[in-house]
Design a protein around this ligand. Structure first.
Ligand SMILES: CC(C)(COP(=O)(O)OP(=O)(O)OC[C@H]1O[C@@H](n2cnc3c(N)ncnc32)[C@H](O)[C@@H]1OP(=O)(O)O)[C@@H](O)C(=O)NCCC(=O)NCCS
Length: 166
């Protein structure tokens, strides 16, 4: 596993770094919900990115925990854990990594760390969803011992954290 990959809980300072990393190295649709308007990182979409993370992770009543992914000192993406209501100690995990850092083991290191954080937070099961065409994410989830199910283009995965390979 890559020892240079760390997760840092998001705060206002690192949120700016995260936006810079997203603008430089990712498509808006890879990192945030769709926003109407012209394609690309418009001023409106940059503001929506900040608003999205502030509302979900930095407000007085956060609904999820977001982590800045760092390779060394550099912010290269984000990972999140979101408790799933009524699912009995389950969390949903999500990850995005900037294009220039994909395919070199960062995702594997991040998913391992998310499994550790989920366990430490008292979760028993971890859920993730992706698309059939997302080979790296599917490989990572399978390697972690998650049970994958396919419905059309959607892949859902559940991992038992007591038995997971990660
Ligand atoms: C999905 C994502 C998080 C994976 O992270 P990553 O750092 O690129 O993945 P890794 O380098 O750790 O590779 C994971 C596995 O996929 C394989 N892989 C990586 N890139 C691949 C590619 N383009 N095609 C096929 N396999 C690939 C690796 O060999 C590795 O498999 P192995 O462990 O069996 O050798 C990252 O690519 C990403 O952020 N993509 C855009 C956003 C996204 O799709 N997020 C997930 C939505 S749920």
């Amino acid at each position: 596993m890559r020892p240079d990959v760390t997760l840092q809980p998001l705060d206002e300072t690192s949120l700016r770094e995260l936006l810079d990393a997203a603008v430089a190295d990712a498509d808006p649709l890879e990192v945030m919900p769709p926003v109407d308007g012209p394609a690309g990182w418009t001023a409106g979409r940059r503001q929506a990115f900040l608003d999205f993370h502030r509302a979900r992770s930095l407000s007085g009543e956060p609904v999820e925990t977001t982590y800045v992914i760092r390779v060394g000192e550099e912010a290269v993406g984000a990972a999140r854990l979101c408790p799933i209501e009524d699912a009995g100690h389950a969390v949903e995990a999500g990850i995005w990594i900037g294009r220039s850092h994909r395919g070199s083991g960062v995702g594997g290191a991040v998913l391992r760390r998310l499994f550790e954080l989920a366990r430490a937070g008292g979760a028993r099961r971890l859920f993730a969803s992706t698309t059939a065409g997302n080979t790296p994410m599917r490989r990572l989830l399978a390697a972690a011992g998650a049970e994958l199910a396919r419905d059309g283009q959607e892949i859902t995965a559940w991992a038992d954290l007591a038995e997971a390979g990660f």
